[in-house]
Write a protein that binds this ligand. Sequence first.
Ligand code: ZN
Length: 41
Amino acid sequence: MIENVVEFFKNLPPKQCVTCGEKIEEQHECYGSKCESCNEL
Ligand SMILES: [Zn+2]
């Protein structure tokens, strides 16, 4: 059953910035739903 959970997260679309639509790296998740550039504005 654990393998099914892994597959589920693999199939999720990449997280995108709500402002510019740029793909957000997982390590920046703590910044919310904006990319690095938009967070600086
Ligand atoms: Zn952005």
